[in-house]
Design a protein around this ligand. Sequence first.
Ligand code: GLN
Length: 386
Amino acid sequence: MTKIRTARRTHGFTESVIRGMTRLATEHGAINLAQGFPNFPCPEILKEAAARAIRDDVNQYAVTWGAARLRNALAAKYQEWYNLPVNPNTQVTVTCGATEAMASALLGVVDPGDEVVVFEPFYENYGPDAILCDARPVFVPMAAGQSLDLDRLSAAFGPKTRAIIICTPNNPTGHVFSRRELEAIAELCRRHDAFAVTDEIYEHIYYEGEHIPIATLPGMADRTITISGASKTFSVTGWRIGTIISPPDVTDAIRKVHDFLTVGAPAPLQEAIAVGMETLGDDYYEGLARDYRRRRDILCAGLIKAGFTCRPPDGAYYVMTDFSSLSTLPDDEFAKWLTAEHGVAPVPGSSFYSRPELGRTQVRFAFCKTDDMLQQAVDRLQRVRD
Ligand code: GLN
């Protein structure tokens, strides 16, 4: 019985395509524009704080739902940045990356048989996360460059809807949800008594509009689970520090899942992130967005010149492209070919869709790389058309 259950759960999806492309890039010595991780260092102050914490013997388990110093820093951040009051003792959970945050959040609030609304294309973990809960993902199309289609979204909500997953700024489309769009989603959540589970890991990386946590909209703090983390803001994807802000009763449920899954996130690194949050000021965050805008512009100009069709994203650090004027290969073969023959690895578009055919002419590139590496990738891409 247990075995059948396990097989059914884990065979509902394949291995992560994004992580698989990293392995392929390494095999071929290709420039990895697939999995989104920076090739530049994190702020020196974080390295020093982490090393100091280890030397000071902060090496045993932190409190399972997060070190007090980091929870306090997070509560202060949400108040300061978004005017959102957060109780560090009852509303914060620190997890092993935003990945664990999303899985723990959904396992905490979604019951078997529930439905979870997901915009498509979507970051590939969300579908499997819903399946791990024995829930059914309900997909709503929202392509790069499109804004919210409220009729289609309304039609996706029904009596079984337990939650909607929102990722803003969006991976992979780069969409930054506007206040009007978030208000429409909030209204549906209230009407259907559903949770908004919002992945805001790219909250400080946007080029147009503004970042609005849906938890700040009227009546939403009680039904929103806000996920973020240190990976993207501080360029430490390997540290695995994610964060959840949620109402107290929901926090209780999420903390139980988190405790039994992982016990806790790495203690000295939590300390170091707290130091980063307490110390780095506006100039750091402005610099982060400015640097990413420049990287975006280098890659997008190069892609367009090479014959890809794309729209520069408004936020996050990915660009979805259509390659149909360059090749008739399906996306997964094109991605492998580009990696092996041209030394640049993207992610096949189909991995962001529920039905592979929807992404057959698309690949996603990440631009969280130094200018020289992006320039080198751009130079290589110019030869694809030959
Ligand atoms: N979010 C990143 C991406 O889409 C990587 C996430 C991961 O592999 N944990 O590439």
